[in-house]
Design a protein around this ligand. Sequence first.
Ligand code: FE
Ligand code: FE
Ligand code: ZN
Length: 277
Amino acid sequence: MLNIGCHLSASKGYLHMGQEATAIGANTFAFFTRNPRGGSAKAIDTNDVKAFLEYAREHNFAMLVAHAPYTLNACSNKEETREFALNTMKDDLARMEYTPHQYYNFHPGSHVGQGVEIGIELIIKQLNKVLTNDITTTVLLETMAGKGSEIGRSFEELKTIIDGVTLNDKLGVCFDTCHVYDAGYNIVNDLDGVLDEFDSIIGLERLKAIHMNDSKNPFASHKDRHEKIGEGSIGFDTMVQIINHPKLKGLPIILETPNELDGYAKEIEMLRNAYKG
Ligand code: FE
Ligand code: FE
Ligand code: ZN
């Protein structure tokens, strides 16, 4: 079974997202835990969550991959921005417990000139403050393209973060195909080599989810502009290799391509047809 879905709007609640996912052929999805630019989150409707959990069970949903607001920067040079990141993540993780045992993905952050080392230190500090023993969510660090001063552009950087976190059994990695390719990992010519490198540095058991995006830019461009599946520099063949790779089987795959729902439905269908059970 190919576990695939896309980003959905959370504005109409959980059950609505579940139904929307089914309608476009998805059996997982991603959603922003609050407005992607940050700000306060709307109260959780426990009846809606209950109805959704039942719906997800009935429809064999795979793990969900929630997404933190992308403005969250745990390693900002401004104290108030770091504080905001800390409080937001704390609140998000408390909210995630309404749907226990799912994934919560975030962009590690941008060091904004402070240097990679200090940036990594600040990210570790935040994770050590927000992760507690009773959290059932697995927090995923996203592989980044290396745009500007982004941290997480290499497997080594992610590994250093994981190693610094006390409760790192609560951590995993989300592999974004556009970001990884933009960062200089050649998944087009050598997918096996990239996965071997991931395995030797981080360990494939940490790889929990895939963001599947083509890229508008050439290899190693450090740009991060997503393209529709098969229409960018990565191409459809590589996506087919990824969904059928024995080491990646079963992982939830989330499309973050520039699409409306009908476009996502088409990409999901294309990929399901290319999946060799
Ligand atoms: Fe992301
Ligand atoms: Fe992504
Ligand atoms: Zn991206």
